[in-house]
Design a protein around this ligand. Structure first.
Ligand code: FCB
Length: 437
C-alpha cells in the first residue's frame, strides 16, 4: 500500500466529528434478558456461523458498558455510534439500559449517536411484510421520546443493502432467506421504514438525522461490454438502489416497477429530507460477466444464476477477512457521489470504516486507518462536504456469520475472560485525535 504514514495527518475542518461504531447484537450479549431477534433464531441453526458461536455473551457490553464508556473517554472521541436493539426496547429493563448508557456517555463527554436498526429484527417480524415499516416507526417514536432529551444525532437504519442481500437474497445472514431477486420488497420496506422513522423522529423534535448505507466503487473486470454491463448492474444494486430513492426520490433503472405497494406515494416518504448521509466503506468491488458457476466472495457463496460475478482485486494487500485494502476507493466513491448527485447529496459522514486483523500490536490496522483517513481528506480537498468519520469498531465483537474469528476492534476482547485490552491502533487513533485538536 502506498503510504504517507509518518507525515503529519492533514487537518480536517473545524467541527469534524470523530467517533467509533458498534452494534447491539455484536456486543451486548444478555440475549436472555430480551425478546428473541431474527439473529438468535438464525444462529441456533446448524452451520450458520462459521465457528459455531452465538452472540449469547458476545462482549457482555450489557453488563460492562461502564468499562466501555471509559474506553471511549480514554480514546477522546467526540461521538459513539451504537445501536439500539428493537427486541431489547420491547423487553422489561431494555429502555432503562439505554437510559443508563446514554447518561454514562453524556457524563463522559461523548456524544451518543444511536442507530435504530442494525439487523436485529424482533423474531416475530418480517421485512417482507409492509406492516413492519409501520411497526418500526412506532418503536422509533418510543425511543425518541425516551432518549431525545439527551440524543441530538440519529441514524435510522444500518446497511439495508446487506440486510436485503445477505439476509434475504442469499440467506447467509439472518433471517436466512434465499429469495434472490424476490427479496426486493425487503429493500423497499426498509426504505419505507427509514422514511417513516425520519417523520417519527421529527415529530418527536429530533434533528440531525441520517442513515448508514454501505457503498463502494464498482470496477468493471475489463472493457468488454459484457463486463461493463455486469458492473453497471452491480453498481445499481449496491449503490444506486439504496441511495437514489433517498437522495433523488426515485428508483434507478425502473426498479420501482418491481417494488410492492403504491411506490410513487411511498417514494415521497422515503425521500423525506435527511440532514446527512452516512457511508460505510470497506473496499471496492471488481465485477464481470457471470461465470455460470458458483463463486466464493469473501467466504460467501454467490449462486451461479446471478447476472454478474465478483472478481478478485489483484495486487493489493488483503485483511484477515480477505477484503482488499484500497484507500483511494474511498476518495473515488465520495467524488463519484458528489458528481452524480451534485447539490442534492446531503453532507456525508463516514459511519463505518475498518479492517479485521489479529493481534494487539496491530500495525496493519494502523496502516489501514491512516491511509483511509488520508484518502478521506483528499475527498474533502476535492470539495466533498464530509462532516465525520467513525471507525468500525471500538471492540472486537461477534462478526455475524464469521462469529468471533474476525477482529475489527481498536480494543481486543478476550472472549474467555471478557478482558478488554487496548491495541496499538487505539493509541494511534487517540494520538491522531489529539493532534487534530
Ligand atoms: C458492516 C456491518 C457491521 C460490521 C462490519 C464489518 O457491513 O454494518 O456490523 O459487521 O460490516
Amino acid at each position: 500500500m502506498a503510504t504517507d504514514a509518518g507525515n503529519p495527518m492533514p487537518r480536517f475542518p473545524a467541527g469534524f466529528l470523530w467517533g467509533v461504531s458498534t452494534s447491539a447484537h455484536q456486543i451486548e450479549g444478555a440475549v436472555d434478558e430480551r425478546e428473541p431477534s431474527v439473529w438468535d433464531a438464525f444462529t441456533a441453526g446448524p452451520g450458520r456461523v462459521k465457528d459455531g458461536s452465538t452472540a449469547a455473551v458476545a462482549c457482555d457490553h450489557y453488563h460492562r458498558y461502564r468499562e466501555d464508556v471509559a474506553l471511549l473517554a480514554g480514546l477522546g472521541v467526540d461521538a459513539y455510534r451504537f445501536s439500539v436493539s428493537w427486541p431489547r426496547v420491547n423487553s422489561p429493563g431494555g429502555p432503562e439500559f439505554y437510559d443508563r448508557l446514554v447518561d454514562a456517555l453524556c457524563a463522559a463527554g461523548v456524544r451518543p449517536v444511536p442507530t435504530l436498526f442494525h439487523w436485529d429484527l424482533p423474531a416475530r417480524l418480517d421485512w417482507l411484510e409492509r406492516d413492519t415499516a409501520s411497526r418500526f416507526a412506532e418503536y422509533v417514536s418510543l425511543v425518541a421520546e425516551r432518549l431525545g432529551d439527551r440524543v441530538s444525532k440519529w441514524i435510522t437504519l444500518n446497511e439495508p443493502a446487506e440486510h436485503t442481500l445477505l439476509g434475504h437474497a442469499l440467506g447467509v445472514h439472518a433471517p436466512g432467506k434465499q429469495l434472490l431477486f424476490d427479496a426486493l420488497p425487503v429493500a423497499h420496506h426498509q426504505l419505507l421504514a427509514h422514511g417513516l422513522a425520519v417523520r417519527a423522529l421529527r415529530a418527536a423534535g429530533a434533528t440531525d438525522i441520517g442513515i448508514a448505507n454501505s457503498h463502494g466503487p464498482v470496477w468493471a473486470a475489463s472493457e468488454e461490454p459484457a463486463d461493463a454491463e455486469a458492473a453497471d448492474f452491480y453498481d445499481v444494486l449496491l449503490n444506486r438502489l439504496f441511495a437514489e430513492p433517498l437522495i433523488l426520490g426515485e428508483y434507478p433503472c425502473g426498479l420501482g416497477e418491481l417494488m410492492p405497494g403504491d411506490v410513487e406515494s411511498d417514494l415521497k416518504v422515503i425521500a423525506e429530507p435527511i440532514d446527512w448521509y452516512g457511508v460505510n466503506y470497506y473496499a471496492p468491488a471488481k465485477v464481470g460477466a457471470p461465470h455460470g458457476t458458483e463463486i466464493d466472495f469473501g467466504g460467501i457463496t454467490l449462486p451461479a444464476e446471478l447476472p454478474f460475478s465478483v472478481r478478485e482485486i489483484e495486487g493489493r494487500p488483503v485483511t484477515d477477512f480477505g477484503w482488499p485494502v484500497v484507500p483511494e476507493g474511498l476518495t473515488e466513491l465520495l467524488t463519484t457521489f458528489r458528481d452524480r448527485y451534485g447539490d442534492r447529496l446531503p453532507p456525508v459522514v463516514i459511519t463505518e470504516n475498518g479492517c479485521s486483523y489479529e493481534g494487539i500490536d496491530d500495525q496493519d490496522r494502523i496502516a489501514y486507518l491512516d491511509a483511509h483517513v488520508r484518502a478521506l481528506h483528499r475527498a474533502v480537498q476535492a470539495g466533498v462536504d464530509v462532516r465525520g468519520y467513525f471507525v468500525w469498531s471500538l471492540l472486537d465483537n461477534f462478526e455475524w456469520a464469521e462469529g468471533y474469528a474476525r477482529r475489527f476492534g481498536l480494543v481486543h476482547v478476550d472472549y474467555d475472560t471478557l478482558e478488554r485490552t487496548p491495541k496499538a491502533s487505539y493509541g494511534w487513533f487517540r494520538d491522531m485525535l489529539r493532534a487534530q485538536g
